[in-house]
Every structure is written in C-alpha cells, then in structure tokens.
Design a protein around this ligand. Structure first.
Ligand code: HEM
Length: 244
C-alpha cells in the first residue's frame, strides 16, 4: 500500500483486487478487439496498409517511445478511423435517476408525427446510447461515412465536432464524468501493437470478406458465418515483410 498518501485515500488490498476483473474486461477485451478490427481494416485496404508501413519504417528503432508513436500522423489517423468505424463497445445505456429534459440540436418527429423540440425523460427511464450509429452517421461524417478512409482525419467534418465524446469527436469512449478512464493508455497500446505488427508483417484476409460477420454484445467482434459456434475469430494470412 502506498504510504505517501493520506490514510483515508489509500485503497485496501481487497479494493485493489476488486479492480482486476474491471481492468481485464474493460481494458483488455476492448483494446485487443480494437486491434483486431484494425488488422481487418488494413487487410481490406491494402493501399492504407502500405502507406502506414511506409510511415512506420521512418522510425529507426524497433522500440519507439510513446512520444515517437504519437508523432506519426498516419498511424494516428488509422487508429482514429478504426475506432470510429469499428468501436469495440457499439452501444451503452444509462438509467435516469431523476426526471429531466434532453435538449436536441434540431427538432425530431416521432412515429406519430408529433414534433419534439426537446425530449422529456421520466425518472427510471433507460436511455440507449448508440455509439456505433453516431460514429457512422452520414449527417455527421458525410456520404462516405461507412468507408474506411484515414485521410478524413486531415480535416474532420465540422458537424462531427458537436459530438460530446471525451476523445476524437466520437462516442467510442463515451463522454462526461463516466467516460473511459483508460482511453489514453489504450490508444498508445494500439499504436505500439500496430507499429510492431505492420512493420514486420503483411496482412490479408484468410477467408472471403462475406464470410466475416459481426457479433455484438458488450464488445463487438468478428466471427465466421460458416462457424458461429467457434466464437470470435478473424483468420488472416500473415507474411513477413521483405526489407530491401
Ligand atoms: C479501445 C479500447 C477501449 C474502449 C473502446 C473503451 C470503451 C469504454 C466505454 C464505452 C466506456 C463507458 C461504458 C459505460 O459507462 O457505459 C468505458 C468505461 C471504462 N473503461 Fe474503457 N475502453 C477501452 C479501453 C480501456 C482500458 C485500456 C482501460 C483500463 C486500463 C479501461 C477502463 C475503463 C473503466 C474502468 C471504465 C469505467 C469508468 C467509469 O464508469 O467511471 N478502458 N470504456
């Protein structure tokens, strides 16, 4: 236990141990799945993979520092685009603890034709947070919102800046006081993994793209449509990169 902080702020061994399942579920599954989707997107977009590899080989060490990883603009754009298009946590929800009013940026018409300038929510109401839908919304991201295009981060659309996410104008890590506490760590972790993998190997899908489905529960993962019982998987062909 840390002795350099006041006693009332110290955590007991029991409290520290109780964090482990959270960190395994919230920290490991999400980042590993995000990296899996990055390899999927790079396999489906060989020209992006090539451009990324060219940038990664400008660094002379195999063990870059965090600052070196963060200095690579195309790696940053690739990670942003992966986490926009394939957010590992596709949705969440909240339960209102008191009656409230949700302001709207523009009026909405409900299925009965009634126009709402704002939404009234009663106490005890579940509110669905559509992370994936907001990250892919054509009204926010443009007509090519479903396309994997890291170059969009050179000038992100004005409309997306209104998304109240804690990071990157997207809802991938949610926003507000209960946003993801591990997002900075996971970003640099994904960058470090991609740095090492993409410098060393070329990736191609090991099955036709139509074979790959998306299973979505808390974390969304790829699976094989011909073998859903086997659970999450992404077969890839991996070849060592030949350095001249
Ligand atoms: C790509 C990787 C990650 C994604 C997409 C992600 C996503 C999220 C999301 C969406 C939430 C909000 C869930 C909700 O309240 O409904 C969340 C919360 C949380 N995340 Fe992450 N996360 C990632 C990585 C990490 C890492 C690496 C850690 C820890 C090392 C972590 C720890 C947590 C914790 C403890 C919370 C709960 C925060 C709270 O309720 O106050 N996450 N994460």
């Amino acid at each position: 236990m840390a002795t350099d902080i006041p006693e009332h702020q110290r955590m007991s061994d029991e409290e520290v141990l109780a964090q482990i399942p959270t960190f395994l579920a919230a920290g490991h599954e999400t980042t590993s799945t995000g990296t899996t989707w990055a390899l999927y997107a790079l396999s489906e977009n060989p020209q992006v993979q090539k451009k990324l590899r060219e940038e990664l080989t400008t660094i002379s060490t195999d063990n870059p520092t965090m600052d070196e990883l963060n200095s690579l603009p195309y790696l940053d754009a690739v990670v942003r685009e992966v986490l926009r298009l394939y957010p590992p946590v596709p949705f969440s929800q909240r339960l209102t603890v008191k009656e409230d009013v949700i302001p709207l940026s523009a009026p909405v018409t409900d299925r009965n034709g009634k126009v709402h300038e704002y939404l009234e929510v009663p106490k005890g109401q579940f509110v669905f947070l559509p992370i994936l839908s907001v990250n892919r919304d054509k009204k926010l991201w443009g007509e090519d919102s479903l396309k994997f295009r890291p170059e969009r981060w050179e000038s992100p659309p004005e409309a997306a800046s209104a998304i109240p996410g804690v990071w990157g104008n997207m809802l991938t890590f949610i926003g507000g006081p209960r946003a993801c506490i591990g997002y900075r760590f996971s970003l640099v972790e994904m960058k470090a993994l991609l740095f090492t993998l993409v410098r060393a190997f070329e990736f191609e899908l090991g099955v036709p793209a139509e074979e790959i489905g998306v299973s979505s529960w808390i974390v969304q993962r790829p699976f094989l449509r011909s073998n859903p019982e086997a659970g999450g998987q992404l077969p890839l062909k991996v070849k060592p990169v030949r350095r001249m």
